[in-house]
Design a binder for this molecule. Sequence first.
Ligand code: ADP
Length: 508
Amino acid sequence: MPSDEPRTDPGGAGDPAAGADRGADIQRALRERPSFSIRARIGLGFLLLFLLSLGISIASLLILTRVEHKLLFLEAAGSYLFELQQARRFEKNFFLYGTNLEDALEHVRAAKRILHEQGGDVARVVGRDRLAATVGHVERYEDLLQGVARGVESGEDAGSRARRFEGELRTHGAEMVLMSERLVAKERESINTMLDVSRRIPIVFLVLLLLLSLYVANFLARQILAPLNRLMQDTRRIAQGVFTPIPPRRRYRDELSELAMALNHMMRELAHRQDLLVQAHKLKAIGTLAAGVAHELNNPLHNIMLTAESLREDWRGLSDEDRLDMVRDLVDQSERARRIIRNLLDFTRESEMKADLLQVNDLVTETLALVSNQVKLAKVKVVRRPGENLPPVHGDRQQLNQVLLNLILNATDAMPGGGTLTVTTALSPERDFVVIEVADTGVGIPDHILPNIFDPFFTTKPQGKGTGLGLSVSLGIVRHHGGDIRVHSRAGRGTTFEVLLPVARVPA
Ligand code: ADP
């Protein structure tokens, strides 16, 4: 059945100027879109990947640096706690055994030094107020120890010393140790949190990488593979001779748009050349026809000459009736000559596609009349099987004659030693198409070339004899009429071409 692919216009029918204008508009639309090249898109995709990796790397590096810093601080906090614990141990020793007071003082000073050096970090962890309180406790603790030392120097007895200082020393000592323990615990907790985060970073990175890769892959598929696929389909239809320009289909112009523009340019050139070749093919067919027509014209002209000659010579001896007969004969013969010439002119005339109501049997009669001489010379017997009461078709008489002429001349060429040409017309079983069947008993078409015979410029005929355009032009014309051409062939047995034309729906 007729395919629904875009109609082609290989025969050059339609308005070529309008076609060229549309082609130029499409080219301009293709060219004038904002440009966003594939190279830039791929670059952008990789830049995003790079930025993601960079972000993740910087985050990891920062976390590691902070962990390192915190570990150092933790070490200092550990030393601070140790110094305080030592001071307290020696303080207890002093109150139990009266020894180590100097050691206790030394350790408290060491702790104070550490607190002073790490003040900023301590404030960050526990807050400024707590730091001030801690410093207060440590200084008070040191003061108290110094007070004890002064008491020892002034010979105060152990009992009253203990009463004066022990209670307060214990309170401040406990506070200091408690606070430093809290400090260490808090810092450890914060390090653990950071390590937790840095453990999660690679997983987050992998998930983001996966999402971004999926996005980039999908983006590339949409932006590159899909248009490539469409262009491939376009090249397929171009190969079939459909030269409709490729319109812009996306918002941005890129390298594929350049390709589309190049293809459009190529199609314009191809269409132009094909038009020239189609014209050449037609001229060649006209040449063939002209030879036949010249031969055909010979007969009536010869008869006219003979009759006119006899009229001149026998004028006086002829009755009026005979003279009238001879003049009638002259008129008939001239009419025949005129018809032959009109047929040839009809074929050669350039015309826009017209849509008339046509009877296919009339088309067959007209075309066979046009080629009767060649067919006779090629010793081909013509058998006609016209279908009865066929509905009309809508179409261009001249173009459809050209189709039949191509098929009949091909059939004649396929029977070099003569044969039978059978032209049948009928209604398709579904009654929606009128079928014209042109069958020959010629050489047939080998299976391996059968798929190519409708391709433009495909010919097996010797150079100078075939252009390879007859069938492609004919298929173009028939598809333009909403129909199709089918072919069956058996090598050595003959070929049958079926031209299907949709039945014209005539309003009642
Ligand atoms: P051309 O006649 O100029 O070669 P066509 O497009 O009309 O171009 O035909 C293409 C080819 O199809 C022919 O060269 C021939 O090989 C084959 N062909 C067409 N019609 C017939 C036929 N009736 N019998 C055998 N081969 C045919």
